[in-house]
Design a binder for this molecule. Structure first.
Ligand SMILES: [Zn+2]
Length: 151
């Protein structure tokens, strides 16, 4: 295993610890995007943000839950995906809407997206100390990854 794999595996181990602290049945794996795998109670994460990840997602989250500005986009993204798992029973079938072109704002207002971030925001507000602990751990892990890539 090369150095990059070792780093990614250690980040994955951290993410797994975090999601298991929320629910011991949850797990996480490295993917090509942030995603919720409902059948497996699993979320995927990535170090590269998609078009709707990153800045636009973060701005929407912070607008709704101002405390989120203290947190890294990675932490917010993980919480949003857990929000999907947590709100699975309230989801609607929005496949046809999803397939139409839309702005980021319209995307974030899709029912399933809206309630996932809502769950994440309330969890954040109710678990600030825990959230800060994990946010720091993730930042530290990614700083190591950054060092590796620029070496
Ligand atoms: Zn989502």
């Amino acid at each position: 295993m090369d150095k990059l794999d070792t780093y990614l595996n250690s980040i994955n181990a951290l993410v797994n610890k975090f999601v298991r602290e929320i629910d011991e049945d949850y797990s996480a794996q490295l993917g090509t995007d942030f995603q919720a795998l409902y059948d497996d109670d699993c979320i995927t994460w990535t170090a590269i943000y998609s078009e709707r990840g990153g800045e636009a997602f973060r701005n929407d989250f912070v607008k709704r839950f101002p405390i989120a500005c203290d947190f890294d986009t990675f932490t917010l993204s993980i919480l949003h995906e857990i929000g999907h798992l947590e709100t699975e029973d309230e989801m609607v079938d929005d496949t046809s809407k999803r397939n139409r072109p839309m702005t980021n704002e319209q995307y974030f207002r899709l029912h399933n997206e809206y309630i996932a971030t809502e769950w994440a925001g309330y969890w954040l507000e109710d678990n600030l100390a825990t959230a800060r602990k994990w946010n720091t751990a993730f930042l530290k892990a990614f700083r190591n990854l950054g060092t590796l890539i620029t070496e």
